[in-house]
Unconditional design. Structure first.
Ligand code: CMC
Length: 415
């Protein structure tokens, strides 16, 4: 293994160190490149830039592998709850029974929000997008939350984000606010806070709880994606946790990132309502002159398959079967996937369904409206965002501050 790369620029010889990861992925450490050569690197979209050393999750895009703290996602999904996964991601190891109990109890202790937040929510127009509401309320939580210890901040957010999400949903559908039920586990409580109706006893459906718990796990971390990088950048400037998470939520909202789950169902509905001509839409996605893309397809890192998408597809099929519903959207999604995967455009460009292709079908079966899908993604991603924020603090990473190639005016005078 070489630890130094040698290279020549315009006849001058230079050496730069190489950094290795656990699985021998390697990177040239260019932090002294400009100092030594006068050059910077140019990498729009950070496609080829490692911005951190991290030990939270690992993706092998060629093999379609995802590990959380070393554990394969396929094992976590079958053996752990979202609470255990959150503990693992935040603390580095799976909890034992006592640690899990204490973690869950502490979260329950913070399972309430200040009355003023209800009033703030009341003032927000009904038609405002739930992701905008979630981001704003997460930000404003700072003003109303008193954290005695650093650990409390993470627990407060794990406790309070589901409340904000449920309140946002209930305002949208005209239901009064609901409150946490301390007798329930995390995901059962989340569902009850969403769907309970005043003066009616709420019946849990374990099939739904299990599907949602799995979906939260699938979203829990995904190394240096756009929203996580946003959270890390804010953390690197020593911004607070709540404002960093609020910024992460805003980044996630984008349709090329987490907002794709809403876009996928909207696309599938449009295809279905316009006659279900899949060939026409696949051709549209291939046409460079047409801005349309097959939403839920493609990924920056996965170039074989997205393991999360395979699990989400299985969860969606099981859920729909067990709930005995016929979902034409699921049938359409499966046919569309099949047709796209047989098409040379998608094969050559290595475009496969990503997590967002099937997640919306699960949310819809649970009864969550389309514009709340990305909110659910945010609830799942929360432990990952927080672990990255924690890691950047622990590692004492320097402030994130990229350079640029300026292409504007030369220096000029005001006339
Ligand atoms: N439909 C049609 N063509 C596509 C698609 C698609 N969904 N995705 C990529 N391409 C083409 C793209 O036009 C480009 O072609 P060419 O090389 O001829 O210019 C090539 O494939 C490479 O695409 P790219 O945009 O350069 O790749 P990227 O790594 O910058 O973008 C992506 C990745 C996910 C933003 C992109 O695949 C995309 O826009 N997909 C649809 C939106 C989506 O599903 N987003 C969810 C991502 S997974 C959830 C998460 O964010 O964690």
């Amino acid at each position: 293994m070489c630890s130094i790369v040698h290279f020549d620029i315009n006849g001058c010889h230079y050496k730069l160190p190489v950094v290795y990861g656990t699985f021998y992925e390697k990177a040239i450490n260019i932090s002294k490149l400009r100092e030594n050569t006068g050059l910077i690197t140019f990498d729009p979209g950070l496609k080829n830039t490692g911005i951190a050393k991290s030990s939270i999750s690992f993706i092998d895009g060629e093999k379609g592998e995802l590990l959380y703290r070393g554990y394969p996602i396929e094992q976590i999904i079958n053996k752990c709850s979202f609470m255990e996964t959150s503990y693992l991601i935040l603390n580095g190891e799976l909890p034992n029974t006592a640690q899990l109990k204490s973690f869950s109890e502490k979260i329950k202790k913070f399972n309430h929000i200040n009355q003023e937040i209800y009033q703030i929510l009341d003032k927000i127009p009904d038609n405002y997008h739930p992701m905008g509401i979630l981001s704003s309320l997460t930000y404003i939580l700072t003003a109303f939350t008193n954290c005695q210890q650093e650990e409390d901040m993470y627990l407060h957010l794990l406790a309070k984000l589901p409340i904000l999400a449920a309140l946002t949903y209930r305002k949208k559908v005209g239901l009064p606010p609901s409150y946490a039920d301390h007798n329930l586990d995390y995901t059962s409580n989340l569902l009850k806070m969403f769907f309970s109706i005043p003066n009616k006893s709420y019946q849990q459906n374990p099939i739904i709880t299990d599907a949602l718990d799995k979906l939260l796990i699938l979203h829990a971390d995904h190394e240096q994606n756009c929203s996580t990088t946003t959270v890390r950048l804010l953390g690197s400037a020593h911004s607070g946790l709540f404002s960093s998470i609020s910024a992460g939520i805003s980044a996630l909202w984008g349709r090329l990132h987490g907002g794709a789950n809403q876009a996928v169902i909207e696309m599938l509905e449009t295809i279905l309502n316009s006659g279900g001509n899949i060939k026409k839409w696949v051709e549209k996605a291939k046409n460079k002159k047409d801005p349309f893309r097959l939403m839920g397809f493609g990924h920056r890192i996965y170039k074989n398959f997205d393991p999360r998408a395979e699990i989400a597809k299985e969860v969606a099929e099981n859920l729909i079967k067990k709930l005995e519903i016929f979902d034409p959207i699921l049938e359409l999604a499966k046919t569309l996937e099949q047709k796209a995967l047989q098409d040379s455009y998608f094969v050559e460009k290595k475009l496969y369904p990503n997590i967002d292709f099937y997640s919306g079908i699960i949310y819809q079966a649970i009864g969550i409206p389309k514009d709340m899908f990305t909110v659910m993604f945010a609830l799942g991603r929360l432990p990952g965002w927080m672990a990255h924020w924690k890691e950047i603090k622990f590692n004492r990473d320097p402030i994130g501050r990229p350079r640029q190639i300026y292409i504007g005016y030369k220096k000029r005078n005001i006339i």
